[in-house]
Write a protein that binds this ligand. Structure first.
Ligand code: ZN
Length: 325
């Protein structure tokens, strides 16, 4: 990873009033995210409660919808535990402070590889990512020498960037890759600190909405039906409460299947604190039906994980994916 070099851009490209308004919007959003995980007790859930960690992104909508449906239809309650960053969420998952999480599947695979007792029981979504770039980048070839942000190397965003570079006959060595917090990406592109980014939604749509950049590729143009997030449960929860684990998984998949454009918008507005315009742009790129993790698609993922250097030894389907409830 290389440091970002600041580049000069014409200061009067956008009027000051508009920039101030955008800055305030982003700051308000970032302040809201900062407090996400504060006040979490870290205690284990009681017998009727399942603690599921999530980040406020569109990729987590099935778990948010499930929480609503479970509360209405069964005696089991999902306690949603909101975090502001992947490292914080992974720390809670890896130390059994939550029973499960909606999380980047590559991050969970890395934890599994390192001996953490977790299993993936369903996908988070299908497709749903975009590569956003500055307006002057017209094609993949133009990415040479540019600075591109991703949230974490252990992510489908890093894989998608590699796939985009392939299209232009480039490799990851031809760009500067930097890890940034998702909330910082739209403003960093706007200011010219970076030339593009790929990250969980709705931050791509936010970049488009504020005029910071454009969609160079949607994820399905780079990797058809790509993996990204998964619902992961801890072995402790799976072993101690197998019936609840089964209920959580079944309701989760049903919740994903039940989502419609209207209910997606409703639940996203309830939890994500984003404008309807941003969400509408973002939700057109994602789907939540059929969230089973198939062996064939998981093996495609592990091939890409090896090919692009995320891991030499990703966990096998048998070790990591549980679909035998
Ligand atoms: Zn995702």
């Amino acid at each position: 990873m290389t440091q970002i070099a600041k580049k000069a851009k014409a200061p009067n490209r956008n009027n000051a009033k508009r920039n101030l308004s955008i800055l305030i919007s982003i700051l308000v959003f970032m302040i809201a995210q900062t407090g996400c995980a504060s006040g979490q007790s870290g205690t284990t859930a009681d017998a009727d409660t399942v603690k599921i960690a999530y980040l406020p992104i569109t990729h987590a909508l099935p778990v948010l919808e499930e929480a609503k449906q479970l509360q209405e239809q069964s005696g089991l309650q999902v306690e949603l535990v909101k975090y502001g960053s992947w490292p914080e969420l992974m720390d809670a998952l890896n130390t059994n402070r939550v029973d499960g999480a909606s999380v980047l599947i590559e991050l969970a695979m890395k934890s599994k590889e390192e001996g953490i007792g977790i299993k993936a029981v369903a996908l988070g979504h299908h497709d749903g990512n975009v590569l956003i770039t500055s307006q002057d980048i017209a094609a993949a070839e133009d990415l040479r020498g540019k600075t591109i942000a991703i949230p974490h190397r252990q992510s489908s965003h890093y894989i998608l960037l590699n796939e985009a570079l392939n299209k232009g006959g480039l490799t990851i060595e031809d760009v500067h890759v930097t890890e940034l917090a998702p909330t910082e990406m739209p403003a960093s592109l706007m200011s010219g600190q970076i030339d593009g980014y790929c990250v969980a939604e709705p931050f791509g749509a936010m970049g488009v909405s504020i005029g910071a950049g454009k969609v160079l590729y949607t994820s399905d143009e780079l990797w058809e039906d790509s993996f990204c997030c998964a619902l992961v449960l801890t072995d402790q929860f799976l072993e101690n409460r197998p019936e609840d684990a089964k209920t959580v998984t079944e309701y989760y998949k049903t919740a994903g299947d039940s989502l419609s454009p209207e209910s997606e918008m409703e639940i996203a507005q309830q939890y994500l604190g984003q404008s309807e315009e941003v969400l509408k742009e973002s939700l057109q790129w994602i789907s939540y039906h059929d969230l089973d993790i198939t062996r064939e698609d998981y093996e495609t993922l592990t091939e890409k994980v090896r090919e692009y250097g995320l891991s030499d030894n990703p966990p096998s389907y048998e070790d990591f994916v549980k679909n035998d409830f």
